[in-house]
Design a protein around this ligand. Structure first.
Ligand code: BGC
Length: 354
């Protein structure tokens, strides 16, 4: 054999070996995934830190504890990706899919495909109204919004601004997210009567949807500041990511803190709360939500009954209670084991953790 032929043969053998290895790995993964019984479809990583920080670990743990093989996916904001993850779930034998949809259209299509494939869907956290989902597991989301509205009013009273006809703006979540509409319904039930009476003034361009995008939230809030000559006295921010946008804009403009709401009890949100930049956050125990959703999914897998405590848009639901967290009670997040002290009380924030 010539030298070239020898090299070619050696490379060929090596490539074959790699190919065989890869094929083996694929076969093993396929074999491993073939006995998946439950699947979770999480939406993204940008609209909130909650999905990777809380939902994934709590759901993984709950299924593991029950000995139910499960896969937790994250679609990274891509509805088409979520659809193919759903299809893989069904192909691999999932009997139930926990769906945290990106929007109602893709959510309904995914639900139809999963149901056609013989599995059941539980709407996880976000409801897809009118879909074929069997159950809905979430929080009382109108209450979530009400907590924000009440928290903002209380903060304005504490600041002595309540009687000065303060200017309020609202950074709403994603218009395609049913939850975001429920949150708005909640805080508007507190604020609308006050706007109407003239007690509060809604700022110019002061009520906008953000797609849950903190970058967009930042731009929108900066525009709100400009439109209102920097005179904004309080802001509804529908989650901690958007609260962060408000805080950044205020800091960039050299302005002082104002009452700002939030949601999700993220480490960054809690840091802003103890430092005085954010009034409060709505703590939704994702630990309890994941446990409730996994329990329902496991009942479906094992042919048991799912206990519900309500109905939303006709879907039998398990609804949990949210809690308003401020500087006064944030430590409950540590005692609940939801957020770690070491995630909050670090760097410049250490000084606020007494
Ligand atoms: C969730 C919130 C989250 C938001 C953005 C909502 O549907 O309930 O917890 O902050 O989506 O991801």
């Amino acid at each position: 054999m010539s030298k070239l032929a020898r090299i070619t043969a050696a490379v060929g053998a090596a490539m074959l070996a790699v190919g065989l290895l890869a094929a083996g790995a694929t076969a093993r993964t396929a074999a491993k995934q073939a006995n998946v019984e439950a699947c979770v479809l999480l939406p993204d990583t940008k609209s909130s830190a909650r999905y990777e920080l809380f939902d994934r670990p709590y759901l993984t743990k709950a299924f593991k504890a029950a000995g139910v093989p499960a896969i937790v996916n994250n679609a990274q904001g891509d509805a088409q990706k979520m659809r193919s993850q759903a299809d893989d779930c069904v192909t691999n034998g999932a009997k139930v899919v926990l769906l945290d949809a990106l929007d109602p259209g893709s959510g309904a299509a995914i639900t139809n495909a999963v149901v056609a494939g013989g599995a059941k869907v539980i709407d996880y956290d976000r409801l897809v109204p009118g879909s074929k989902a069997s159950y809905y597991v979430s929080f009382d989301n109108v209450k979530v919004g009400k907590l924000m509205g009440d928290g903002l009013v209380r903060a304005l009273k504490a600041d002595g601004k309540y009687s000065d006809h303060p200017t309020i703006v609202e950074l709403n979540g994603g218009i395609a997210d049913n939850n975001a509409k429920l949150f708005k319904q909640g805080y508007d039930s507190v604020l609308n009567p006050l706007y109407k009476k003239g007690t509060f003034k809604k700022g110019a361009a002061g009520d906008q949807w953000t797609d849950w995008d903190p970058q967009k939230g930042l731009t929108i809030f900066q525009q709100m500041l400009t439109r209102n000559g920097n005179k904004i006295d309080a802001a509804i921010a529908a989650n901690d990511g958007l609260a962060g946008s408000v805080v950044s804009a205020l800091k960039n403009a050299g302005l002082k803190p104002i009452p700002v709401t939030g949601q999700d009890a993220t480490p960054t949100g809690v840091q802003y709360i103890i430092a005085g930049w954010q009034t409060g956050t709505v703590y939704k125990s994702v630990k309890a939500e994941a446990a409730a959703a996994a329990k329902a999914a496991i009942a479906i897998v094992k042919g048991g009954k799912v206990a519900t405590n309500g109905k939303v848009s006709g879907t039998p639901s398990v609804l949990l209670t949210p809690v308003w967290v401020t500087k006064a009670n944030y430590k409950l997040l540590f005692t609940d084991g939801f957020v770690k002290k070491s995630q909050v009380c670090v760097g410049t924030y250490k000084q606020y953790c007494k």
